[in-house]
Write a protein that binds this ligand. Structure first.
Ligand SMILES: [Cu+2]
Length: 323
């Protein structure tokens, strides 16, 4: 037979028979909860606003360079803090129960099965937590996937086994024209030059199999599909100048691991000069030199594919030529 909450067990009678001891225990539990809350408050105060940096991003990569990457990072940090708060509360309850209701004899403590308010709380609290997490995730995801009508820069990303081509376009969609292009080769890593503080649209397409365009500092990657599919995403602004390695994040064949490129983020003025130099017919390396940038990739280098081993004219393989 199932014990009802309304049934009063001898142990409950025993507890209620000694109000002094119960009061002391309640005060003890209150002190414990106060200490826990105080500890959390102190932790937040000590770490200031940048809780994420203090805890190494809770495992999330730090150093995002786009507005979207910061929003994704903030969502992760907030979710971790919420999870920790729930965790600390639950751990506190567990330890409190362990201490408060430790075995003192052979009689069962008060049983609270079929306690409707508790059952209601157990059901509603997780639904509320999941709803809040879902709400903020949906907002950030929509924001990251948002496309503008007229991005400042549109670059077509063409992936192929096993390299990249970056086409600077004069508009959006497959009908737009390429005004300048950078092609990677086995000897030269392709450098994708982009400006800070401008919205950038990436239109991805593949010539053969599925690849994936990934710059770790964007905290973002998106598959590059073959056929007529143009996978499109935008970055509302790049906020940090510098050189960042880019990779293929989809296992696409023998030389998948060699599909590296470099994202070079420069000032808008330098970008305009670079694009003008490219459009006037200069190679990517010459155009990079013209704006005072390193002409070759700084973050990665061509891998030794050993393709020349079986070359009939190994002496004639040109060194570091490309794009
Ligand atoms: Cu690939």
């Amino acid at each position: 037979m199932v014990a009802r909450s309304s049934e009063v067990r001898p142990s409950a009678v025993r507890h209620s028979a000694s109000p002094g001891a119960g009061g002391r225990r309640r005060r003890g539990a209150g002190r414990l909860a106060g200490l826990g809350l105080g500890g959390v408050a102190l932790l937040v105060l000590l770490t200031g606003c940048d809780v994420g940096a203090t805890f190494d991003g809770f495992g999330w990569p730090q150093g995002g360079i786009s507005a979207e990457s910061r929003r994704m990072y903030d969502l992760w940090i907030a979710s971790c803090i919420a999870a920790l708060a729930v965790g600390v509360f639950v751990w506190g309850l567990i330890f409190w129960c362990v201490v408060r209701y430790r075995k003192r004899g052979n009689t069962l403590p008060v049983q609270t099965r079929y306690n409707m308010p508790m059952e209601f709380l157990y059901t509603i609290a997780p639904i509320l937590i999941v709803s809040v997490l879902f709400y903020y995730t949906a907002i950030v995801q929509t924001d990251v996937d948002k496309l503008s009508k007229n991005p400042d820069v549109t670059v077509e990303v063409v992936a192929f086994k096993w390299n990249w081509q970056f086409n600077y376009r004069d508009g959006q969609g497959p009908e737009a024209k390429t005004t300048a292009s950078t092609l990677g080769t086995s000897e030269v890593i392709p450098v994708l030059v982009l400006p800070t503080n401008r919205s950038i649209r990436f239109e991805e397409t593949s010539r053969d199999v599925i690849h994936s365009f990934w710059v770790p500092e964007l905290l973002f990657k998106r598959d590059v599909m073959p056929g007529k599919i143009r996978n499109v995403f935008e970055v509302s602004s790049l906020e940090t100048e510098g050189a960042f390695v880019g990779r293929c994040a989809e296992l696409c064949g023998s030389y998948h691991a060699f599909m590296n490129f470099e994202l070079r983020v420069v000032s808008p003025e330098k970008y305009d000069q670079f694009l003008a130099a490219k459009q006037s017919g200069k190679s990517t390396q010459d155009a990079l030199s013209a704006i005072g940038e390193d002409p070759y990739a700084e973050t990665t280098e061509p891998f030794d594919t050993r393709r020349t081993q079986d070359n009939f004219n190994p002496d004639k393989v040109p060194a570091r030529t490309g794009s």
